[in-house]
Design a protein around this ligand. Structure first.
Ligand code: UDP
Ligand code: MG
Length: 340
């Protein structure tokens, strides 16, 4: 038995892997308004890819428990030039779970993750595919070219998040990288093999290694509706990403503990020194309170951090499925239809 995993047999050359095709995974949460248009654009894209690379395409729409009629519309979409799968989850499980469901259902070799709100321009896909087929890259990820339209505070928060998650990491997650990315068959296979339940795709698809390349792009404005990621949810997601991906916060906690203990020790020595040399009583109340509150506060924060990790361990241990599929239908471009 080996403890590693050999995914190399999945692709010898990028060109031969391309013969199998590309599965486009699109998570959908209340995207009814723009779905038909997106599908039109994907059909156009599939035609181009077929003509230029001989690449077969399918799209896997994952309805993540939408409250509007996203699912109804998704079911009506035509398998024109590309196969269409519609996977409907039993409730809203969140984007990462929806991506996982798409990854599990994708049948063709390579995977492209793309948002369903039009922010990830289909026009760019050709370029991503070219990096894979022509240049042999395994992970083609996109990153926001700039964040000029975001607030200063948000940019600093993002910066801090990546500084922390990458602290001491061997494989750094590139800042600004998004979920819009293409994975070669072997990279997709590697990603499928990761057993954890708490998933942070950006981090994982970077962690697996292989040949990676960055492509800058300008995200389009949302075609309709508003983002589902409020600042509160983003903070939650950051904690999720951090604790499921890195032990940096724990290391930070230990380091801070050592630092505080050291400060206290030195402080104690200076007090002793003062008493010995001057003989005066040290007036203590304010400094005592400050010390007490600092230590108390820091301890609570650290217990919280440790608690986050224990929570992670609990949810990994329960080993619940990441999602439930309530319905799955499939239309082939050659006319066959199945539903379950
Ligand atoms: N999404 C999802 N489940 C959720 C929230 C979002 O599948 O619980 C999908 C959503 O339909 C979209 C993508 O994830 O296709 C990105 O969502 P959104 O545009 O709200 O995020 P942002 O672009 O602001 O990061
Ligand atoms: Mg969006």
């Amino acid at each position: 038995m080996t403890l590693g995993s050999d995914v190399s047999r999945l692709t010898t050359t990028a060109a031969s892997a391309a013969a199998k095709g590309l599965s486009i995974v699109v998570p959908l949460y209340n995207e009814a308004a723009g779905l038909a248009l997106l599908h039109e654009r994907l059909i156009g894209l599939a035609r181009t890819l077929k003509a230029r690379y001989g690449l077969a395409c399918e799209v896997v729409y994952v309805d993540d428990g939408s409250a509007d009629n996203t699912l109804v519309i998704a079911r009506t979409l035509a398998a024109d030039a590309l196969d269409v799968q519609v996977v409907s989850l039993s409730r809203n499980f969140g984007k990462e779970a929806a991506l996982m469901a798409g990854l599990d259902h994708a049948r063709l070799g390579a995977i492209l993750f793309m948002d369903g709100d039009g922010q990830h321009p289909p026009d760019m896909v050709e370029k991503l595919v070219s990096h894979w087929v022509d240049d042999g890259y395994d992970v083609v990820y996109t990153a926001k070219a700039h964040r000029d339209n975001e607030s200063f505070l948000r940019r600093q928060a993002v910066h801090g998040f990546y500084a922390l998650i990458n602290w001491g990491a061997r494989q750094k997650i590139p800042e600004d990288a998004g979920d819009f990315r293409l994975l070669s068959p072997r990279a997709a296979a590697a990603l499928r093999q990761l057993p954890e339940r708490n998933r942070f795709f950006k981090g994982l698809s970077n962690w697996i290694g292989f040949r990676q390349i960055r492509v800058d792009y300008e995200p389009a404005p949302r075609a309709h509706g508003v983002t589902t990621f409020s600042p509160g949810r983003l903070i939650g997601l950051s904690i999720e990403g951090l604790t499921s991906f890195s032990v940096a916060p724990l290391r930070f906690a230990s380091l801070l503990g050592v630092l505080l203990a050291l400060t206290a020790f030195i402080f104690g020595l200076t007090i002793l020194w003062e008493v010995w040399t001057t003989g005066k009583q040290v007036p203590g109340y304010p400094s005592l309170m400050i010390g007490l509150m600092t230590i108390g506060g820091v301890q609570l924060i650290m217990i919280g951090i440790v608690g986050e990790y224990i929570g992670k361990i609990l949810s990994e241990l329960k080993a619940r499925p990441i999602y439930f599929v309530a319905e799955h239908s499939e239309k082939r471009a050659d006319g066959e239809t199945t539903a379950s």
